[in-house]
Design a protein around this ligand. Structure first.
Ligand SMILES: Cc1ncc(COP(=O)(O)O)c(C=O)c1O
Length: 401
């Protein structure tokens, strides 16, 4: 067996299941889950129609590089969204969702024969970053997010010795779970570090279309272009339809950026067998070509966050994030930072599931930056999220009495 498999950590939802095993939720309430970050808004009709109309695609093997029409569609979206003129042939590649692409990219980029091969990740983080690094034969180094700076990652905490052996840096903007969006200064710093130490930056941008400020989140490639880095050296951005278009089951996204990375990535993917189904390609073209459903979707999240955030802010330290669909809240003091206990008691008394923050982060240098926090995914319809918030308010008020 591959010995590296033993280094993998249990997934947060596995830990949540164990935490909640044996808890009897109060039967007076119907269950509401704010646990899993799975989009729940309706799948747009135009995507279903395109799927139905393309069933003839079942009859042929797709190319790993995808159909030219699909890549054009992706490039068109990058042009409209970020003002970038990308070459669809060399700078864009379809992927089956950003999760597999994050994983596969690490396998392509990491050279485990180099001493101390390291992957730097934000903390808290999306657990695939860690698994991808470990299975590629690298070690991880976790840079904490800083609550005092709107959860920006403290890159200055990464010692020079670590940067020297870093081969890959994961960034997540908008962040899961914090919702923080990286600004141009932060990108500039990371590009300088990448130039100095030679590492690749994988920019996970799958929440980019759900945002609460007027200005859309800055993309990694957009930041590079603004700073005159027109070849996107050592930079790959990953994006996805899952959240943008409410199709987590479609498994569709793309990567874009440095052509010198896309080429070996395509080679790796050819052997891995990661071609996108022709049916999914047809549906993806329909999705990337349409923006109206994205605007409507964003409006629904805005309405929901505007209703729920002030309710919760009365009883706990929580604020509207820059973007994404999570609230990343600090639990009240009386819980002594015990976020798993908060989650368990809330389920038992009010039948609401929230994810303990410590499950989304690692203890590093004596500190787990998720401790004392919970993540609430506001993915259900507004009325259900408001009801969950009402129960959380009652829970906190009753337990602090
Ligand atoms: C930060 C982050 N990146 C990537 C993904 C993967 O999304 P998908 O594979 O559906 O594109 C998720 C899914 O929840 C996520 O939260």
């Amino acid at each position: 067996m591959n010995p590296l498999l033993k280094r993998l950590q249990p997934y947060p939802f596995e830990r949540l299941r164990q935490l909640h095993a044996g808890v009897t939720p109060n039967p007076a309430y119907r269950p509401i889950s704010l646990g899993i970050g799975e989009p729940k808004h309706a799948t747009p009709e135009l995507i279903k129609t395109a799927l139905n109309a393309s069933l003839s695609g079942l009859a042929s093997y797709p190319a790993t590089a995808g159909e030219p029409r699909l890549r054009q569609s992706m490039a068109g979206w990058m042009q409209r969204r970020y003002g970038l003129a990308l070459d669809p042939l060399t700078q864009i590649l379809p992927v089956n969702g950003s999760r597999e692409a994050l994983f596969a990219l690490a396998q392509t980029v990491i050279d485990p024969t180099q001493p101390g091969a390291t992957v730097v990740s934000p903390n808290p983080f999306y657990q695939i970053y860690e698994g991808a690094a470990l299975l590629a034969g690298a070690d991880t180094w976790f840079a904490p997010s800083d609550p005092a700076r709107n959860f920006a990652v403290d890159w200055a905490a990464v010692p020079q010795e670590v940067w020297k052996t870093t081969q890959l840096l994961f960034v997540c903007s908008p962040g899961n779970p914090t919702g923080a969006v990286m600004g141009l200064d932060e990108w500039k710093l990371l590009f300088e570090l990448s130039d100095k130490y030679g590492f690749v930056i994988a920019s996970d941008e799958c929440y980019s279309e759900i945002y609460f400020r007027d200005e859309p989140p800055l993309g990694g490639l957009q930041a590079a272009a603004k700073l005159g880095r027109s070849d996107f050296k050592n930079l790959i951005a990953l994006t996805s339809l899952s959240k943008r278009s409410n199709v987590p089951g479609l498994r569709s996204g793309f990567v874009a950026g440095d052509a010198a990375l896309i080429k070996p990535f395509l080679l790796y993917r050819t052997y891995h067998g990661s071609a996108m189904s022709p049916i999914v390609q047809a549906a993806s073209i329909a999705a990337w070509d349409d923006e109206k459903h994205v605007v409507d979707n964003r409006a629904m999240y805005r309405e929901k966050f505007a209703a729920v955030t002030p309710m919760l802010a009365r009883v706990m330290d929580v604020a509207l994030p820059d973007a994404g669909f999570y609230l990343w809240a600090q639990i009240p003091e009386r819980f002594n930072n015990d976020d798993p206990a908060f989650s368990r008691e809330l389920l038992a008394l009010y039948n609401v599931v929230v994810l303990p923050g410590s499950y989304l982060a690692r203890e590093a240098r004596g500190h787990n930056p998720g401790t004392g926090r919970i993540r609430m995914a506001l993915v259900a319809e507004t009325a259900e999220c408001v009801e969950a918030a009402e129960r959380i308010v009652q829970f906190i008020q009753s337990t602090s009495a």
